[in-house]
Design a protein around this ligand. Structure first.
Ligand code: ATP
Ligand code: MG
Length: 596
């Protein structure tokens, strides 16, 4: 299959497979995997090698999950390798903190790299390769400044013009470029450019820059370099140096592919070992190859921002509490929110790979997380808006320990002990003095099943001085308890509870989507994306947990029955002072609200 006929993969996949089972299930089908399959079958490659190349200028976000799952996933499926390459050619914006964060996030998603590399490992190779291009007569030093260069470049409809410096001799170019490297010239005063074609239809081919002067320290190489390579030059050579066979990137690089191929061909690393001798000397094994760039569509999700610059702005301007704030769609934010690696991988699998740009509904992501958590999260009981309920026909001081299954569909989760007593907390909204139509929970003189206990009847409603309901007095029907003849008696509603004297107080953080509109950066109706930040996206309440929900490790995830999925906060949770984050509700309440 040729990449000129891409994207037979549908935007919504036909086969829905849980990743846990996907090893045995039918292999994923998409145009990139087909190319890889063909290249292996034809013997073009005996093994494949991919890479994930983030720039360490921020933390990874949900969009990167697609590139990670694709690159590492394909390498794994076809028994190849995937490198993690920090694409650190842009000094000033990059930070070692982000390097560590990226490594962490890739591992959290469930992947391990073959080799960890930095584009800056190759600076000497890039420099030698540039000297080669000059010697071969296909690169020159230009004195035009940025503005003049733009003007000479032409437009989509008008050809560009040759720079007056384009015909410098090889000797003069070598001398000037060596002096650029030695730091003799000021920032922006000279540029090394590829000599291609100023009238090319593809503007990227109009003598693009290869090196610019920037006297700024680099997080990995310090002050060693006053010149830095441009992305288009550094990226393809990095791929070639690492022996990358399939260089997968997003669609915006499609127009850059001719330039990618031009640099790879002109530098011709495989046939010029002296160029990569510095890597061999440094002990970085390398077998350069000719890589092939293949583009796929980005992952776009409604209610999400997938620009590192904007995510940084949310952090720097205190709209959120940090890169790992559970409202952020960074991988560390989603992690802290309780999202699971398996749930995110399921999303990526479901979305598929194609060349069609589309926006995926955030509800699809939530659905994947729910699907994973439904099978992996143990059940617990918690009450977030407590109303006291007294079982008046039990003696004062009554105490029992009940045994509850931890998972309704999976016995291997085992059981736990739940203390039961005369005084309980129930959710305030599970009682209605004047019940709306179809309300099957508790009402005056009404009956309801107390989860795992039996049927109770509400006999008396106690109110405080303001007329607010403060306590319910109920009677437990002993005939409906476990093992009794009336245990099967039917009532319409079942509510959850915790024992008031055993319950553990917890800080519970209720999160909603960070943006109140589906396309926050559409810039429609003159609003900026920041105008759509929902100030209510985080609410903190005091809730009550059954003891077995409190004494848990950070990052343990549970379904609090009838309330949603929750995770013990990765940073703040302590068994003695529990802190839980709501990951997602049990159902898609958002669709209902938005439709209302
Ligand atoms: P930003 O523009 O926000 O800085 P970026 O795309 O430049 O993001 P990189 O660190 O360069 O971020 O990205 C690393 C890799 O992840 C690239 O190969 C890029 O194509 C890919 N990637 C980034 N965003 C997405 C996305 N939304 N969907 C799929 N792949 C993505
Ligand atoms: Mg980038």
């Amino acid at each position: 299959m040729s990449i000129d006929h891409p994207a037979t993969a549908p935007a919504t996949p036909t086969a829905i497979v849980h990743p846990a089972a996907s090893e045995q299930a039918a292999p994923q089908q998409d145009f990139i995997r087909q190319i890889v399959r063909d290249d292996l079958a034809s013997g073009k490659h005996h093994a494949i090698h991919t890479r994930f190349p983030p720039e360490p200028n921020g933390y990874l976000h949900i969009g990167h999950a697609k590139a990670i799952c694709l690159n590492f996933g394909i390498a794994g499926e076809f028994r190849g390798w995937c490198n993690l390459r920090l694409d650190d050619t842009n000094p000033g914006k990059e930070d070692p903190e982000f390097v560590e964060g990226i490594k962490d996030d890739v591992r959290w998603l469930g992947f391990e790299w073959h080799a960890l590399r930095h584009a800056s490992d190759y600076f000497e190779v890039f420099y030698r390769s540039a000297l080669k291009l000059i010697e071969d007569g296909v690169a020159y030093v230009d004195d035009l400044n940025a503005e003049e260069m733009r003007e000479y470049r032409g437009t989509l409809t008008a050809a560009g013009r040759n720079s007056p410096h384009r015909e410098r001799s090889v000797a003069e170019n070598l001398d000037l470029f060596r002096r650029m490297r030695a730091g003799e010239f000021a920032d922006g005063s000279k540029t090394l450019r590829a000599k291609i074609d100023m009238s090319a239809g593809n503007i990227n081919m109009r003598d693009p820059a290869i090196y610019r002067i920037r006297k700024i320290a680099h997080q990995n190489t310090g002050d060693a370099w006053p010149i830095y390579p441009m992305y288009d030059y550094a990226h393809c050579l990095s791929d070639a140096l690492e022996g990358i066979t399939h260089s997968l990137c997003t669609l915006e690089f499609e127009d850059h592919r001719p330039l990618y191929d031009w640099f790879v061909d002109k530098v011709d690393l495989p046939n010029h070992p002296q160029l990569w001798q510095p890597l061999v000397d440094a002990g970085l094994s390398t077998v350069p190859a000719k890589p092939r760039q293949i583009e796929f569509s980005r992952l776009n999700l409604s209610y999400c921002i997938t620009s590192k610059r904007k995510l940084a702005q949310l952090v720097n301007e205190n709209f959120v509490d940090g890169w790992d704030d559970p409202r952020m769609n960074t991988l560390r934010g989603l992690r802290r929110r309780g999202f699971t690696p398996a749930g995110l991988r399921l999303l990526i699998e479901r979305v598929g790979v194609s060349k069609q740009n589309s926006v995926i509904d955030y509800a699809v992501l939530e659905g994947c997380i729910r699907e994973d958590l439904d099978t992996t999260a143990a059940r617990r009981m918690a009450v977030l808006d407590p109303l006291k309920l007294v079982l008046t026909n039990l003696p004062e001081g009554h105490g029992e320990t009940l045994t509850f299954a931890n998972h309704p569909k999976n016995e291997s989760f085992g059981t736990r002990e739940v203390p039961f007593a005369r005084e309980l907390w129930i959710e305030r909204e599970d009682f209605a003095e004047v019940p709306p139509k179809g309300f099957h929970r508790l009402k005056p003189e009404g009956e309801v099943r107390l989860r795992g206990v039996g049927i109770i009847k509400c006999e008396q409603v106690i109110k405080d001085a303001d007329g607010k309901v403060s306590e319910l007095h109920c009677a437990l029907d002993p005939e409906t308890r476990h093992g009794m003849p009336g245990a099967d008696r039917k009532v319409k509603g079942t509510i959850h509870w915790v024992s008031a004297k055993h319950a553990v107080a917890a800080e519970v953080r209720i999160y909603e989507r960070l943006f109140s509109v589906a396309a926050p950066d559409s810039e429609e109706d003159g609003k900026s994306w920041l105008d759509h930040v929902n100030p209510q996206a985080k609410q903190v309440v005091r809730g009550w947990l059954e003891p077995a929900a409190a004494n848990v490790d950070p990052e343990q995830r549970f379904q609090f029955e009838r309330l949603g999925y929750f995770v013990a906060d990765r940073v703040d949770h302590r068994a003695a002072a529990p802190v839980f984050n709501r990951t997602v509700t049990l159902r898609d309440t958002w669709a209902a609200q938005a439709g209302a």
